[in-house]
Design a protein around this ligand. Structure first.
Ligand code: ATP
Ligand code: MG
Length: 197
């Protein structure tokens, strides 16, 4: 391509982007859904949280699935003055088989979520793995939708999970699908601290 035609193309592309930027004038909180089978959903959510806290914004996390071990992100963020980190009580782990106990824990965690969704001091909420609670029938999507819709206008929410309930998708502003093209696990690499947890 000649130097001239390259410049012409870049100029017209810039004009298109500038016009789109000029149209996007609204400032408000957004609902972001991060779904799919690939690796990168929770780490993206916590990366965005670091971004927010870096700008002095108050954040909270609720982890709806309790893993076996303390994650690096928990250890790193738990003492940050702008970040409140909640791990769902006794409930759901991949090991438990007690559905009633899991459901009670899920409901308690969602009660907390509702409190945070009413609290205008928070700028960003991360509901990690919330989608599993719907998938396994522990929580209903409908009341979630109304709480999410009634949250403070400036408040953003990120929800992660491999599959997302349609009612949540219907009200989301941003939906990203993390696709699983390859994962080191299938190459025989074990879950490593600092990469997987
Ligand atoms: P991450 O926390 O690394 O961003 P994730 O939130 O996208 O991952 P989850 O579905 O929450 O992924 O899975 C939790 C754990 O499983 C993480 O340790 C993650 O690295 C790992 N994992 C994610 N995708 C895959 C996959 N396709 N195969 C195997 N392990 C995976
Ligand atoms: Mg995750």
């Amino acid at each position: 391509m000649s130097e001239h035609s390259h410049q012409t193309r870049m100029a017209s592309r810039k004009a298109v982007i500038d016009a789109k930027i000029a149209q996007a004038t609204e400032e408000r909180g957004v609902l972001i859904l991060l779904k799919g089978n690939g690796k990168g959903k929770s780490s993206s959510a916590f990366g965005t949280m670091a971004r927010s806290a870096g700008h002095g914004k108050r954040c909270a996390v609720i982890q709806f699935v309790k893993g076996r071990r303390e994650t690096g992100e928990y250890k790193f963020f738990k003492d940050h003055p702008l970040i409140d980190w909640h791990v769902m009580g006794h409930g759901f782990t991949w090991e438990t088989q007690d559905k009633q106990q899991d459901q009670a824990a899920a409901q308690k965690a969602w009660q907390l979520a509702e409190e945070l969704l009413c609290d205008d001091r928070y700028d960003l909420l991360v509901f990690d793995e919330l989608s599993y609670m719907i998938k396994y029938g522990y929580l209903d999507a409908a009341p979630m939708v109304s709480s999410l819709q009634q949250r403070p206008r400036h408040q953003s929410v990120i929800i992660t999970g491999r599959t997302m309930a349609v009612p949540l998708q219907d009200i989301a502003d941003t939906i990203s699908v993390v696709q699983d093209e390859r994962h080191a696990f299938r190459l025989g690499v074990k879950a490593q601290a600092g990469i997987e947890y």
